[in-house]
Write a protein that binds this ligand. Structure first.
Ligand SMILES: NC(=O)c1ccc[n+]([C@@H]2O[C@H](COP(=O)([O-])OP(=O)(O)OC[C@H]3O[C@@H](n4cnc5c(N)ncnc54)[C@H](OP(=O)(O)O)[C@@H]3O)[C@@H](O)[C@H]2O)c1
Length: 317
């Protein structure tokens, strides 16, 4: 299945940058660049890529009360699309996601989103962003990295598994791998840990030898995965920037102090109740120990949509 293309109207989605703190961040690593990015968003810069893991940045659209899905329609983008006061703001939200996808080498997604969004296929759909990406030497689609502790109920019928252009990794725990082996519907190969030069070479060779098959990464012990180990392997696979689309894993990465940034697009709608937020199934941070953040930039489309980029800060107690 070919990756769908979606054209955006620059006039409709143009964003107004109202706060820019990137100078203070000393970011010198440019993201994807083209005329459309300049016109709609302005410069998008990143920090240096660490040696042992990729830069990690998450992206979500949320209601003004921090919900990322309605309870009666759990497809995340509805939080933007059902803002009846600014259709252009909803398109701009989707474009920002496209921008962040076009920038990255891997999109990390949870099995929860794959189940609730059966049409999900992680890639940038904007032809201009895609060609800018390709000009920078990147492949059409980033890796889709599916995280699962249990290895159960991965929806292998989803379009993400049937696109030849989208390479897929399933990252699981040792116990999860036992289940995955029973349920996996496609050919797969297992990558070793990135704990020695020999293993690093083996990872690179296996990628070359197994194009079109699913790469499986097993980390951690028992039912738990090890995110530091996973990110290390993704870096050896060549990933410099990874977009975190899994809300549960985003929360987990913050616990591990491994999430660098988060882009939150606020759609001015209110959801309330116990609808899903980021990490609502996880354990809350304590009043005595929690991540902080500093705003990198703020864009607005209208008084109904705000697009905020945060740099995470850890270790303050
Ligand atoms: N508004 C937005 O921007 C936006 C963006 C994305 C998603 N969403 C919405 O959010 C909802 C899904 O949220 P979610 O938090 O339930 O889903 P999720 O993060 O996509 O997936 C949760 C699953 O991820 C796996 N997982 C979590 N932590 C893990 C770890 N440490 N190691 C390995 N695997 C791990 C587990 O899979 P197993 O159960 O298989 O072990 C868990 O059940 C959907 O309604 C979706 O549409 C909204």
């Amino acid at each position: 299945m070919a990756i769908p293309q979606v054209k955006f109207n620059r006039e409709e989605i143009r964003l107004n940058k109202i706060f820019d703190n990137t100078g203070k961040m000393k970011y010198t690593n440019p993201g994807v660049q083209c005329e459309e990015v300049q016109e709609v968003y302005g410069d998008l810069m990143f920090g240096d890529v660490p040696e042992s893991r990729p830069i990690t940045y998450a992206s979500y659209v949320m209601s003004i009360d921090g919900k990322i899905a309605y309870e009666d329609n759990e497809v995340g983008p509805m939080i933007a699309k059902k803002n009846l006061l600014d259709a252009g703001g909803a398109s701009a939200d989707f474009w920002v996601l496209n921008l962040l996808r076009a920038n990255c080498d891997g999109i990390l997604i949870g099995s929860g989103t794959l189940i609730k969004e059966p049409d999900y296929s992680g890639s940038a759909y904007d032809p201009e962003l895609l060609s800018a990406r390709k000009e920078e030497g990147k492949p059409t689609a980033p890796w889709t990295v599916i995280v699962t502790k249990t290895g159960k109920k991965i929806p292998f019928g989803n379009p993400v598994f049937s696109s030849e252009e989208i390479p897929v990794v399933v990252a699981t725990s040792p116990e999860g791998f036992k289940n995955l082996k029973q349920e996996i519907r496609k050919e797969y190969y297992v990558l070793p840990p990135a704990d020695s030069e020999v293993h690093k070479d083996e990872i690179k060779q296996k990628l070359k030898d197994n194009r079109g098959k699913i790469a499986v990464i097993v980390t951690g012990t028992g039912h738990e995965t090890d995110s530091r180990e996973l990110l290390c392997i993704l870096r050896v696979m060549g990933m410099e920037k990874v977009l975190i689309e899994s809300p549960a894993y985003c929360h987990h990465l913050m616990k591990e102090e491994l999430l660098d940034e988060i882009f939150i697009n606020t759609s001015c709608v209110f959801v309330g109740g116990s609808a899903t937020g980021i990490g609502t199934n996880g354990q809350s941070f304590l009043s005595t120990d929690h991540p902080h953040a500093e705003i990198v930039s703020i864009h607005m489309h209208s008084p109904h949509f705000v697009y905020t980029r945060y740099k995470m800060i850890y270790g303050l107690k």
